[in-house]
Write a protein that binds this ligand. Structure first.
Ligand code: HEC
Ligand code: HEC
Length: 194
């Protein structure tokens, strides 16, 4: 049911995108004034459980904003924000965040053994087959390289528990369902330090 809903929403977003005027990065930057307080200057978050948005693929950002606006993805902090966004704002914000430099892994890896386990789990689960070899993401698939570690843990737990169903045929929810807590922590540690 939720999968069907997100499918319809996605079809609508793609249709809007192809009919629309070109996105305006400068207008996206201006609108992003609303976002800086939580998602940080230049899209690099310094707040726990709040993701960095810098260098996310354009479509990923747009889809997540549409999911929040439609109520398919729920978050108390995002809800009042997305209510203020038009389709045009969403297109411009997608283009703006995609234009920014990606977050760097801030600290040196304090647990290389955990990263090794994460790399192994990622290879076994073929995470790169969708997220790309550099984990920079593409289209509706998120960038996960250099994302905040505790946010990656939260995201994977949210898919696993069904709090977040996700787009693209709910691939992530299906996949995360079989991840153990140990694998989630190792994967998050590995990806956050790329
Ligand atoms: C009051 C704080 C706050 C503000 C302001 C805010 N956000 Fe968020 N945003 C969040 C939090 C917290 C999450 C994580 C939600 C979750 O855990 O599911 C989030 C998630 C997102 C996501 C999903 C990213 C991902 O990696 O899954 C996008 C896209 C996003 N916000 C865009 C925006 C944009 C664009 C604006 C401004 C127009 C904005 N946000 C303003 C707190 C905020
Ligand atoms: C079949 C394709 C596919 C595979 C394989 C896949 N992903 Fe994803 N992933 C996606 C898509 C699509 C999204 C965006 C889903 C959404 O709309 O919430 C996503 C989102 C995510 C997110 C949320 C990021 C954010 O900023 O909100 C994380 C974390 C993630 N994937 C980690 C992984 C890990 C770890 C693996 C391997 C265990 C993996 N993915 C395998 C397609 C895939």
């Amino acid at each position: 049911m939720r999968t069907a809903l997100t499918g319809i929403i996605l079809a609508a977003v793609i249709a809007c995108g192809s009919l629309a005027n070109a996105a305006d990065i400068a207008a996206g930057k201006a609108k992003a004034e609303l976002c800086v307080g939580c998602h940080g200057e230049n899209g690099i978050s310094h707040i726990e459980n709040t993701p960095s948005l810098a260098a996310q693929p354009d479509l990923f950002t747009q889809w997540q904003l549409v999911f929040f606006r439609a109520g398919a993805r729920k978050n108390e902090q995002m809800q009042p924000i997305v209510e203020q966004l038009s389709n045009e704002d969403i297109r411009n914000l997608g283009a703006y965040y995609a234009s920014l430099a990606p977050p760097k892994a801030s600290k040196p890896d304090d647990d290389p053994e955990l990263s090794r386990k994460g790399a192994q789990a990622a290879a076994g689960r073929r995470c790169a087959s969708c997220h790309t070899d550099s984990y920079a993401g593409t289209k509706g698939v998120a960038r996960v390289a250099g994302q905040r570690e505790e946010y990656l843990v939260k995201a994977l737990r949210d898919y696993k528990s069904g709090v977040r169903s996700g787009g693209a045929m709910a691939t992530m929810a299906n996949l995360a369902f079989s991840l153990s807590e140990e694998e989630i922590e190792a994967l998050a540690h590995y990806l956050a330090h790329l």
